[in-house]
Design a protein around this ligand. Structure first.
Ligand SMILES: Cc1cc2nc3c(=O)[nH]c(=O)nc-3n(C[C@H](O)[C@H](O)[C@H](O)COP(=O)(O)OP(=O)(O)OC[C@H]3O[C@@H](n4cnc5c(N)ncnc54)[C@H](O)[C@@H]3O)c2cc1C
Length: 314
């Protein structure tokens, strides 16, 4: 592939994000495989341009009207199955892989049905739900190390997974190319029922308007007691921690912020940790709500909330 031939200029990214809030990329390229990805990364390097990667666009807020450099959009799907292991190209949809696994009686991704992003994006942010996360299934990641111009293989431990975190967030030179997920055989009815239960719950509790999922990370008991022991213990007494975490939406709701809006953005009435784009919102509308929530949480609870979404474009 000659990357120059498929690069577009001044490209509108709005439709490529689930928030439907965009900006224009100075240069844009859509890649469907490892070769195209590496060639595009090297093109940006050769031209000394900043480089940004976009996949499902479901965990980002684009903050700039004009994004300098090359935005690479990972798309397309490719996977193979050998025994209990699924190997897939980073651009493959996570929910699609979950559906395939479930159909084959393979357990481990029942929680992932309905999550809108790619496999690579999920591994980078260690996506999860219902007490599970992708780190429990990852056996190997192949990544392109742009600093040393080579492919590297990382086992689960080397990925440095923790709650919504991995080494790929720390090391911006590592681009996830493909992932091996190790699943386990189980009774098909149990697997299907559990996946269905999760999906029904997801549809019932999450807003349908454009969003980027949860704005803030949930609060971990072990971290919360360091900031506000009384609050942590009070919530613990009420039995509100599950797996050591409490939904930040609960606290945002307690702050009376559900339904507050700025411009075209609103704190969802259905799930207070979601900000939804109800009427052509721009990034400033969303940021102003994020700042409002952070300020109120600091004033009332003396805690600092951390974003789960990523600011894209600087
Ligand atoms: C309605 C809704 C529900 C959601 N529910 C959940 C949920 O239950 N649990 C959950 O964890 N998340 C959830 N999310 C958030 C989001 O879907 C996940 O975080 C998803 O895994 C992000 O993947 P993506 O492909 O969309 O990443 P993007 O948003 O495209 O990118 C996110 C970040 O990852 C980087 N990135 C993407 N691909 C790669 C790669 N191959 N190599 C290196 N870096 C890469 C990007 O550069 C960017 O910094 C939800 C979002 C929405 C809109």
């Amino acid at each position: 592939m000659l990357v120059e031939k498929i690069i577009k200029k001044n490209y509108d990214l709005t439709p490529l994000t689930t928030f439907k809030i965009g900006g224009r990329a100075e240069f844009f390229v859509l890649v469907k495989n490892q070769e195209e990805l590496i060639e595009s990364i090297n093109w940006a390097k050769r031209n000394k341009l900043p480089l940004l990667l976009l996949a499902g666009g479901s965990n980002i807020l684009i903050t700039k009207k004009k994004i300098r450099g090359l935005v690479i959009k990972i798309s397309g799907e490719k996977y193979s199955i050998k025994g209990n292991t699924i190997s897939a190209w980073a651009g493959t949809g996570l929910s699609k892989l979950a559906r395939i696994a479930i159909g084959l009686s393979l357990s481990g991704l029942e929680w992932a049905l309905g999550i809108p992003g790619s496999l690579g994006g999920a591994v980078r942010g260690n996506a999860g739900a219902y007490g599970n996360d992708i780190s429990q299934q990852v056996s190997e990641v192949v990544a392109y190390d742009a600093a040393n111009d080579r492919l590297v293989k990382l086992n689960n431990q080397a990925c440095g997974f923790s709650y919504r975190h991995s080494i790929f967030k720390q090391n911006k030179n590592l681009f996830i190319v493909s992932v091996k997920l190790k699943l386990s055989q189980g009774p098909i009815d149990e697997i299907k029922n559990s996946a269905k239960k999760n999906l029904v719950h997801r549809r019932r509790t999450l807003p349908g308007e454009p969003s980027a999922g949860c704005i803030f990370k949930n609060l971990e008991y072990n971290k919360l007691i360091k900031e506000n022991r009384d609050l942590a213990d009070g919530l613990e007494l009420k039995g509100l921690f599950r797996g050591g975490k409490i939904g930040t939406g609960y606290l945002i709701n307690q702050l009376g912020l559900k339904g507050k809006s700025r411009g075209g953005a609103k704190i969802s009435e259905k799930h207070a940790n979601f900000i939804v784009n109800i009427k052509k919102a721009n990034s400033q509308d969303v940021i102003s709500l994020i700042n409002l929530i952070k300020k109120k949480a600091k004033n009332r609870y003396k805690i600092n909330l951390t974003e789960e979404i990523e600011y894209f474009g600087g």
